[in-house]
Ligand binder design. Sequence first.
Ligand code: C2E
Ligand code: CA
Ligand code: CA
Ligand code: CA
Length: 278
Amino acid sequence: VKEKGRDGYLLYSEGMEESAHHSLHIKSELSEAIALNQLSLVYQPIVDRNGKVVCAEALLRWQHHEMGNIPPSKFIPLAEGSSLIEELGDWVLHESCNFINQLKAKHVSLDAVAINVSARQFNQGEFASSLLKVISDLGIKASSIELELTEYALLSNLDVAKQAMEQLKRAGISIAVDDFGTGYSSLSYLQSIPLSRLKLDATFVSKIGENNSSNAIVKAIIDMAHGLNLQIVAEGVETQEQYDFLLKNQCDTFQGYLFSRPLKEADFIEYIEHSQIG
Ligand code: C2E
Ligand code: CA
Ligand code: CA
Ligand code: CA
């Protein structure tokens, strides 16, 4: 039984989702998705303390001709098990760079476009060099790209990752830790690798106002980040109450449905043009 969800995603029955056969089917369809032009990126605004859009996070969408919209939480993990993720990652990278050039052509200025990079893609050794080649081929400033990496991607292969990060940092590309607070428990890595930003995971934001201890954790993470000279992005900000608490506690930037859902390229540009006037 399939049904359209709130974001137009198809909801599958438990049994169907779990079945290995279904996963295999999705995977083989995904391997053709690029060639069939079924992939696209949407962009979610990230705003600063004045409400100005300073960044856009690129998020992958897959529109299958029969299965409809399949959410990334369903297909990215499947792709991560094979070299398929590298192909998808390359596509995302090129597409995001084209978007950066589009923004430039429309005189929209952002600090950066944030691109999600999976662990396998990042740890494949050639990642930094090939990224730097892509941006130089497309005439893009390194500082207009921010990479979002999970703690797992950063730490599962620290030697490879450290080298890549130093190379990227030297070139001027910044790195954010995605889903911060949900991964490794040790924090010592924050001192030893060149980071710009932590993205406070939405699970912490969603608990703001629930009780004193959930508020204390959010406050402590923001203070720690600032102590380490890192900026904080709050993910999944949905309510005014969450936003007020984050503002009061000096959070730097904000992302979530309270500001905007992820938007198609043209809608994003329109959104910026309106918010600049208004
Ligand atoms: P993420 O990187 O943590 O991205 C944030 C997710 O939260 C996005 O889901 C976004 O649409 C959603 N979101 C934003 N604001 C709100 C809010 O206020 N409330 C709620 N409930 N959700 C909000 P999405 O687009 O479904 O992506 C899910 C995950 O898939 C991403 O989590 C990321 O891990 C992965 N992903 C998406 N695009 C890419 C990509 O191009 N490459 C890689 N490697 N992973 C990607
Ligand atoms: Ca992300
Ligand atoms: Ca995240
Ligand atoms: Ca997440």
